[in-house]
Design a protein around this ligand. Structure first.
Ligand SMILES: Cc1ncc(C[n+]2csc(CCOP(=O)(O)OP(=O)(O)O)c2C)c(N)n1
Length: 324
């Protein structure tokens, strides 16, 4: 397929913004500026970039704890994402959520969810709400293959299929759930078979190829938006870094990591764009520098953002009193 240059560069820019954000987050974690848990997305950028490019700006997005990139591409500013990772008041969740709980109803990003499989019923609920209120939105929910072992997986797919809910299920299959390969925890290792068993049409795509991801997502999103009921995409991808910053990575061979690194979605896309004469050195440098400047500004914003006031610590724990 021939690529539209402006759009292709936008996809590249999306992936590079995520990569830069994540690389800086890793450094800031080592520097103890970001505390708690931190799960990096490096290697998987083509999935968020390709799928979100196929959505409308108002479509709800639900993600897991590996969601910094999804939040950024859904329109939450790098400032608000970074400040949230710092636990500062300027963060998109007011500093109360941290890395795993980026949230913004204005952008229709409904998490950032720490519970494996926890986003699936939230997505079904959002889609039910949209359908009942006559909105033509498509909810995209991103989750790992580890979620396919959870009860919420079959429950949510079942209801979505039964009620023809407008949900796009996006399984980011990076082969490991923490240190557990799929075949060690699930008798059925083909997640598409599991999805089809619940009546949801499913297909597998190369998740390291942003163009293939976007093409597949556009096709199925159109069907979902047209009232065809839910769809399921399995994206074969890989995280180049550890599960979280605490993971010694004893469960996978270094050669495997190296083999997947050769399929880096950014390096691969840059090579393709060069081959097709769509990218020159200067444009590439411009995109890299733009991403770096955006993230540096976000770090400065997070540094300067105040801590939340301890006097308000109980806010959001209890319902605010309603005066009649
Ligand atoms: C219900 C539940 N069980 C266990 C955990 C601990 N846990 C955190 S991440 C994770 C692995 C999830 O793997 P996967 O869904 O494949 O996503 P990935 O981390 O690969 O993106 C587990 C078991 C949890 N957070 N929630």
């Amino acid at each position: 397929m021939s690529l539209d240059r402006a759009h292709a560069l936008e996809l590249l820019r999306s992936m590079m913004r995520i990569r830069r954000l994540e690389e800086r987050a890793a450094e800031l974690y080592q520097a103890e500026k970001i505390r708690g848990f931190l799960h990096l997305y490096i290697g998987q950028e083509a999935v968020a970039a390709g799928v979100i490019a196929a959505l409308q700006p108002g479509d709800p997005v639900v993600a897991t704890y590996r969601e910094h990139g999804h939040a950024l591409l859904r329109g939450i500013s790098a400032d608000a994402v970074m400040a949230e990772m710092f636990g500062k008041a300027g963060g998109c969740s007011g500093g109360r959520g941290g890395s795993m709980h980026l949230f913004c109803t204005g952008a229709r990003l409904y998490g950032g969810n720490a519970i494996v499989g926890g986003g699936l019923p939230i997505a079904a609920g959002l889609a039910l709400g949209d359908k009942m209120q006559g909105r033509a939105d498509v909810t995209a929910v991103f989750f790992g293959e580890g979620s396919a072992a959870e009860g919420t997986f079959s429950e949510s797919l079942n209801l979505a299929a039964l009620w023809k809910l407008p949900v796009l299920f996006v399984c980011e299959n990076n082969l490991y759930a923490m240190g557990t390969a799929l075949s060690r925890s699930q008798s059925q290792t083909d997640v598409c078979v599991k999805a089809r068993a619940q009546g949801v049409p499913a297909e597998s795509v190369d998740g390291m190829d942003v163009v293939a991801v976007e093409e597949a997502a556009r096709r199925v999103v159109a069907r979902v938006r047209g009232g065809g009921g839910p769809s399921f995409l399995e994206l074969h991808t890989y995280r180049f870094r550890a599960h979280s910053m605490f993971d010694p990575e004893l469960y996978r061979p270094k050669a495997e990591v190296e083999a997947w690194r050769k399929r880096d979605p950014i390096v691969r896309f840059v090579a393709r764009l060069r081959d097709e004469g769509l990218l020159d050195d200067e444009t590439l440098r411009g995109i890299e520098e733009g991403a770096a400047a955006e993230i540096e500004a976000a770090v400065a914003f997070a540094e300067e953002s105040p801590w939340e006031d301890p006097a308000t610590l109980e806010r959001h724990l209890y319902a605010e009193p309603v005066t009649p």
